[in-house]
Design a protein around this ligand. Structure first.
Ligand code: GLY
Ligand code: MN
Ligand code: MN
Length: 436
């Protein structure tokens, strides 16, 4: 049995059972689908790559604790839409103790669930399955405990799974390093190739092709390739405008490798040379980013890091003349929100904004402490709207973010994306062929 599944079982409560669904294909238009992406929790536990499957985990069933319901083999369907593992493949290649056709699942539910006190199931992810489970529960409850014994307690399995996924094993850290290295190399390529007159979409295409060529499944999220003031739109994904001489380009692009994401942002001059004004803002963001990376170590808290980034960026905004007043007052008034409106980072893993709680008590008072095995991004930024009359004219339309992925270790952290430079002089040297 896969280690993750075994560790999940070890944490399940007495006399409980878990139902974990795979993702379904999603329509893109009419009868074509988006490229399939497995559900992260299901992938983490089973490693099974196909849609429309369900894992049933029943530790009380000593002989067969792990059952997979999967799409059955079907020659005609496979000829049209691709290979299937089928029931035999699920057992042989994915170590399920038993496997059945997914078509049998609804009818099997009473047999599976009855007699268990507790059910691990996350409502609201898969509405179709929600309905099947609710129909089962209401049917069995109606029959009272004469002939039926439905679970009386429903537990969200992500309580266990989020905690597991948050703390990466060394195998996971190695896969994340690969995802990070592929994306870092794609950013290096972009720095070497970007020129005035190129279109943002060409940069996007070049980076994605590179990532796939190096073994990534593709991008981990839609790349953000913003020239000039497009960089001030946080989730700009149109990526269809020409890059102008004298502008900056902000690239936020990461690779997905074996399901694991990387998430890198670099901002650099389209023509290979920062203007003095661009450099002034850049130096502020870089300084904050380096300090926040140092802060991301065992014992410090997520909330403390956010506050630290706000304090440093507010000081920087005052220094630049974007804000006027005392840092303390400006923080209290949240004046920085005009130019820095997002978090300094997030958990990273199978999801780009990965699973795991940021607060460790219900009242959301106790912020999580960094611990070895956690991977977080560090991504401060300053975004000056192009029409911001209160900002010095030279800074209007400048958007800068610098983002790395950091693995917390026993004695500090390891920057998984250090390979792609963010030093402004080194960026210029790389862009102008003075550095390989
Ligand atoms: N690329 C998404 C993010 O940085 O959070
Ligand atoms: Mn990020
Ligand atoms: Mn990002």
């Amino acid at each position: 049995m896969r280690t993750q599944l075994k560790r999940f079982i070890d944490q399940m409560e007495e006399n409980s059972i878990a139902i974990i669904p795979a993702a379904h294909e999603q329509t893109r238009s009419y009868d074509t689908e988006f490229k399939f992406r497995q559900d992260s929790d299901f992938w983490y536990l089973t490693g099974f790559p196909e849609p429309d499957a369900i894992a049933v985990i029943d530790p009380q069933n000593k002989k067969s604790p792990y059952t997979l319901y999967v799409r059955p083999r079907d020659l005609e369907m496979e000829t049209w839409f691709g290979r299937r593992e089928g029931v035999d493949g699920a057992v042989k290649n994915y170590k399920a103790n038993k496997a059945f056709s997914i078509d049998k699942f609804a009818a099997d539910l009473p047999k599976l669930l009855d007699g268990h006190d507790k059910l691990y199931y996350r409502f609201s992810v898969d509405r179709g399955l929600d309905t099947q489970i609710l129909d089962y529960l209401s049917g069995q409850r109606f029959r009272r405990l004469k002939t039926a014994y439905p679970p009386h307690t429903i537990i969200d399995p992500t309580i266990i799974l989020g905690e597991m996924r948050l703390h990466k094993t060394s195998e996971e850290a190695a896969m994340m390093q690969t995802a990070a290295t592929i994306a870092a190399d794609a950013h290096i390529l972009a720095m070497k190739k970007v020129k005035p007159g190129m279109n943002e979409g060409q940069v996007e295409a070049m980076m994605e092709a590179f990532m796939k060529d190096k073994g990534a499944n593709g991008v981990a999220y839609n790349s953000i390739i913003g020239g000039g003031a497009n960089a001030t739109i946080l989730h700009y994904v149109e990526n269809n405008m020409p890059l102008k001489d004298g502008d900056l380009i902000l690239i936020d692009a990461g690779a997905e490798y074996k399901g694991y994401a990387s998430d890198i942002t670099r901002t650099f001059p389209v023509n290979g040379k920062f203007t003095p004004a661009q450099r002034e803002v850049y130096d502020v963001v870089l300084d904050v980013q380096l300090k926040c990376i140092d802060y991301t170590k065992t014992g410090n808290t997520v909330k403390g890091r956010q506050e630290y980034s706000i304090e440093l960026l507010t000081e920087g905004m005052v220094k630049l003349g974007l804000l006027k007043g005392k840092t303390k007052d400006l923080i209290k008034k949240k004046a920085y929100m005009k130019y820095y409106m997002h978090g300094v980072g997030h958990y990273l893993g199978l999801d780009v904004h990965d699973a795991g709680r940021y607060f460790t008590d219900q009242a959301a008072k106790n912020s999580r402490r960094f611990a070895p095995g956690m991977v977080l991004t560090v991504e401060p930024g300053i975004y000056v709207p192009p029409d911001d009359k209160s900002a010095p004219a030279k800074y209007r339309g400048i958007g800068i973010r610098i983002e790395d992925d950091v693995l917390v270790t026993e004695d500090g952290n390891r920057n998984l994306t250090a390979k792609v430079t963010k030093d402004p002089d080194e960026i210029e040297a790389l862009m102008n062929g003075r550095k390989r």
